[in-house]
Design a protein around this ligand. Structure first.
Ligand code: UDP
Length: 239
């Protein structure tokens, strides 16, 4: 049975690839559209933390394939995520007058605050949107894992996984027309069926700590508000 929907404190995970609009760098139209969706839920009084990926700049594993040291590539990629954070911060503040704080796992005091968990929670209580940059600060991890860890540490009720698909299917719906859509699925069943909701580290963190994940389509205007407000969209992964 799906858990109650309608959340007060959420962690929103956004893929970096979307921020680039399919190429390297920032697509202001995409960032602007995402900021509009976020502004809606902030206006409703929802406490919002955000983790953004870095796939529109670098991925350590890809740099490694081209001959670079993996850890160094991962650090480059983590720095890339910070640019995405600053872009989103800019749109939230300039177009919507929303107080935001970027907090990074790698200290860079000229552009962002250091990640201090209790300070992050305090920002959220005051209605500020907190954007977590530089992943976990550790190579060999992902921003999905960052999202799971931060959600757990600062007490979010759910990880909202914003994707370019409607949710979780039995198979890739673009390839297999018989793929079945899940409105609800347990963490265990995701594993047993070999489905992919997040990378393995991120997923096991959520499973072990009973953190629900809502996978939903970001590309439909208003979907973040629907996800937060308890409308039936996407796939809820919970126990
Ligand atoms: N990364 C890392 N440690 C972290 C988070 C990210 O090393 O804690 C690096 C890693 O190279 C990763 C890249 O940053 O591939 C970008 O993050 P991710 O692939 O999660 O971004 P997304 O796919 O969501 O755009």
């Amino acid at each position: 049975v799906p858990a109650k929907r309608g959340y007060g404190r959420v962690l929103l995970k956004l893929g970096g690839e979307m921020f680039g609009g399919g190429s390297v760098g920032i697509d202001p139209d995409v960032v602007g559209a995402v900021a509009r969706q976020i502004a809606e839920i902030v206006a409703d009084g929802v406490e919002v933390a955000i983790v953004i990926g870095g796939g529109n700049f670098f991925r350590g594993a890809e740099l490694q394939q081209r001959g670079m040291d993996r850890a160094r590539g991962d650090y480059m990629a983590m720095l890339g995520t910070v640019m995405n954070c600053l872009a989103l911060q800019d749109f939230l503040e300039r177009e919507h007058d929303i107080d935001t704080r970027v907090m990074t796992a790698i200290t860079m005091s000229k552009v962002a605050e250091a990640y201090i968990p209790r300070r992050a929670a305090r920002h959220m209580e005051k209605g500020r949107v907190v954007i977590f940059g530089a992943g976990t600060g550790m190579p060999f991890f992902s921003t999905d894992t960052t999202a799971a860890q931060r959600a757990l540490e600062i007490g979010c009720e759910v990880v909202l996984m914003a994707k370019a698909v409607d949710g979780v299917y039995t198979d890739d719906p673009k390839i297999n027309p018989d793929a079945k859509f899940f409105e609800h699925i347990t963490h265990r069943e995701v594993l047993e069926r070999g489905l992919k909701v997040a990378d393995a580290t991120a997923f096991s963190l959520c499973m072990d700590n009973l953190m629900p994940i809502l996978v939903f389509n970001l590309l439909e205007e208003g979907n973040i508000a629907r996800a937060v407000g308890g409308e039936k969209i996407g796939t809820l992964v919970s126990t």
